[in-house]
Design a protein around this ligand. Structure first.
Ligand SMILES: Cc1cc2nc3c(=O)[nH]c(=O)nc-3n(C[C@H](O)[C@H](O)[C@H](O)COP(=O)(O)OP(=O)(O)OC[C@H]3O[C@@H](n4cnc5c(N)ncnc54)[C@H](O)[C@@H]3O)c2cc1C
Length: 398
C-alpha cells in the first residue's frame, strides 16, 4: 500500500488526507500548529506585515478556522482553460457541505439595508453561498474569530473523518525539510525525525509551501497574490451590524467584489470616543490583485501595484455610494489599510506543478492555495477542496 505524507492540515491538507484515507491509502498528516477550540482560533493568527497585511492562521485546521464561511466557485474558468475540469468535484462538495445561502432568519438589518441600497442603485447583490449550518448558527459576528458554536465547516470536520478512515494526524510537528533520493521523493523531516513516504503532498499554505519546495532545490515563491481587500465604512446609528453574519451578500464587479463587512478598525479610525461599534456599517472591497509579491526563505513582499490601487479605488467608490444610499453619514467614511486573506500562486499550476499538481520531483505534490494560477478575487476554499478531491482520485488510480 502507498504511504503518503500530507504536510499541513488547512483547506488543502485536511481535504486530501480525508479523501486519500477514504480510498484506503496509508496517510500520515504532519501539522505545525496545535489543536485549539474553534472559538479560540483567533489566538492562532500569525499575520505578516509585508506591504499589505497578510492574514493567516497556524493551528490544527489552519486558516479554515477563521473563514467567514463563504463557499463560491473561483478560478473555475482559468483552471478549465488549463485542462482541469472541476465540475464533478464542485458538485460533490456543494452537496456534502450543504452549500447555499442562509435563510432569511440569518440576515440582519445592516446587510438587508446594503442589499436594498445596491438594488435601488441598479446593482445586483445576491445572498452569499455559505458552508454554515443555520440550525447551529446564532448570528454573533464572530466567524473570523473562530465559531463559538461549530456551526461553520472547517478543516476540523474533515480531519475527524480522515482519522475515522484510518489517517494518522500528528500535531505540533513542523516539517522542515523534504528528502529526495535519486530524483524521487523519499520522505520529510520534522523535529529531526525522518518520516519515510512514497509520496508527499505539501499543503502548508502559500507562504510555507514554497519554502519547503526550496529545501528540495525547486524554485518557487514567485508571483504571490493575496486578494487584497479594504473595508470601507461609516456611521449609521444603532445598526448593530457588528453582530451580523459577516459577508452574507455578494456583488461581483469587474476585477473586484463587494460584500457587507464589519471591521473594528473602522471604529478605531473614526475614533472610539466619537462612535461605538454598534453604530458602524461597512463593506469589504476585495480585488483580484496582480501576482506581484514573492516569498523568500525569510522574507515575504507584497505591495499594491498601480493596477491594484485603481481597482481598490473603483470598488471603494461604489461601496461608498451603496453605503450612502443605505443611510451611512457620508462625512464619516473611513477605510482600513490594505490587507490580504487569500495568499496563493507561489507554486502555480503550469509553473511549479503540472496539471496533476506534481512537481518535477516524482511523487512530490502540492495541494493548497499555492497552486492557484491567478488571484481568484473571491473566496478560494471551495476550489482548493475541489482540487484536493481531484488529486486524490488521480493518486488512488495511479
Ligand atoms: C479572516 C479570513 C477569512 C477568510 N474567509 C474565507 C471564506 O469565507 N471563504 C474562503 O473560501 N476563504 C476564506 N479565507 C481564505 C482561506 O482561509 C484560505 O485561502 C485557505 O485556508 C488556504 O488554504 P491552504 O490549505 O492554502 O492554507 P491554510 O488553510 O492556511 O493551511 C496551511 C496549514 O499548514 C500548516 N503549516 C504551515 N507550515 C507548516 C510546516 N512547515 N509543517 C507542517 N504544517 C505547516 C499551517 O499551520 C496550516 O494548518 C479567509 C481567510 C482569512 C484569514
Amino acid at each position: 500500500m502507498k504511504n503518503v505524507i500530507v504536510v499541513g492540515s488547512g483547506a488543502g491538507g485536511a481535504a486530501v488526507a480525508r479523501e486519500l484515507a477514504f480510498y484506503g491509502i496509508n496517510v500520515t498528516l504532519l501539522e505545525k500548529g496545535r489543536p485549539i477550540l474553534t472559538e479560540n482560533a483567533h489566538q492562532c493568527y500569525d499575520n505578516l506585515d509585508v506591504g499589505v497585511e497578510l492574514l493567516k492562521a497556524t493551528c490544527l485546521g489552519g486558516t479554515t478556522l477563521v473563514t467567514a464561511g463563504n463557499a463560491v466557485r473561483s478560478c473555475q474558468e482559468e483552471l478549465e482553460a488549463m485542462g482541469i475540469n472541476l465540475e464533478n468535484e464542485y458538485w460533490e462538495l456543494e452537496r456534502e457541505l450543504n452549500i447555499g445561502p442562509l435563510p432569511d432568519t440569518h440576515f440582519g438589518e445592516g446587510t438587508l439595508k446594503i442589499m436594498d441600497a445596491a438594488s435601488s442603485l441598479g446593482l445586483s447583490m445576491d445572498k452569499m453561498p455559505k458552508f454554515i449550518n443555520p440550525r447551529e448558527c446564532i448570528p454573533c459576528g464572530k466567524c473570523s474569530f473562530g465559531c463559538p458554536r461549530n456551526a461553520k465547516w472547517s478543516s476540523l470536520n474533515y480531519l475527524e473523518e480522515a482519522e475515522n478512515f484510518g489517517a494518522k494526524i500528528i500535531e505540533n510537528s513542523p516539517v522542515t525539510r523534504i528528502v529526495v533520493t535519486d530524483g524521487q521523493i523519499s520522505g520529510v523531516y520534522s523535529h529531526e525525525q525522518k518520516y519515510m513516504a512514497d509520496m508527499v503532498i505539501l499543503c502548508a499554505g502559500a507562504v510555507e509551501t514554497p519554502r519547503l519546495l526550496g529545501t528540495a532545490g525547486l524554485v518557487a515563491g514567485e508571483h504571490l497574490f493575496v486578494d487584497t481587500f479594504v473595508t470601507v465604512g461609516g456611521v449609521l446609528k444603532d445598526i448593530d451590524f457588528h453582530k451580523e453574519i459577516s459577508m452574507n451578500a455578494l456583488y461581483m464587479g469587474d476585477g473586484f467584489i463587494l460584500s457587507p463587512h464589519y471591521s473594528s478598525l473602522i471604529n478605531s479610525r473614526i475614533g472610539k470616543n466619537v462612535t461605538s461599534e454598534k453604530d458602524i456599517l461597512g463593506m469589504m472591497v476585495k480585488i483580484r490583485d496582480e501576482r506581484s509579491g514573492c516569498v523568500g526563505d525569510s522574507t515575504v513582499i507584497k505591495n499594491n501595484t498601480s493596477h491594484d490601487v485603481g481597482l481598490i479605488a473603483e470598488g471603494s467608490s461604489l461601496a461608498g455610494a451603496i453605503l450612502t444610499e443605505a443611510g451611512v453619514d457620508p462625512g464619516s467614511f473611513v477605510s482600513t489599510p490594505a490587507r490580504g486573506a487569500h495568499p496563493g500562486g507561489t507554486a502555480a499550476i503550469g509553473e511549479v506543478v503540472d496539471e496533476n499538481l506534481e512537481t518535477e520531483i516524482s511523487g512530490l505534490f502540492v495541494c493548497d492555495a499555492s497552486v492557484l494560477p491567478s488571484a481568484p478575487g473571491a473566496p478560494p476554499v471551495l476550489t482548493i477542496l475541489a482540487l484536493a478531491k481531484r488529486l486524490s482520485k488521480y493518486i488512488s488510480k495511479n
